[in-house]
Design a protein around this ligand. Structure first.
Ligand SMILES: [Zn+2]
Length: 124
């Protein structure tokens, strides 16, 4: 992969990273809000799952969401490490060692497997 492409995917990874950090901040805030005032009026709050859920459900979902975001953040950091590393491992499939499709990397810049290996993993 040439420098220009690596730069492009570095940019994509950074964008994803910032997006996740913003998401995590948002969920963190609403979680604190729920802890502080569990009987408070949620209508002014933008937390869309608050509509019919109880406080414990909201907290549980916030936790699930956070761990999902946390895992994603981990994968993005790993991808950045591969990208900054000198062994050209970024964009290469961990399973078959072939280059990962660039159209796939555009959608999932932290992808570790090519499309073929990914679908094999998902189906068995
Ligand atoms: Zn592969």
């Amino acid at each position: 992969m040439n420098k220009k492409k690596l730069k492009h995917f570095e940019q994509r990874l950074m964008e994803e990273r910032e997006k996740i950090l913003r998401e995590m901040g948002r969920f963190g805030d609403s979680f604190q809000f729920n802890l502080k005032d569990s009987s408070g009026d949620l209508s002014s709050y933008s937390f869309h799952m608050a509509d019919h859920a109880t406080d414990s459900e909201i907290q549980e979902r916030a936790f699930q969401q956070m761990s999902k975001e946390g895992r994603l953040l981990y994968h993005i950091d790993e991808a950045l490490r591969r990208l900054y590393g000198n062994n050209e491992s970024y964009g290469r499939c961990e399973s078959c060692n072939e280059p990962i499709e660039e159209s796939r990397l555009d959608l999932v810049p932290h992808a570790r497997l090519c499309f073929k290996c990914k679908s094999q993993e998902e189906h068995g």
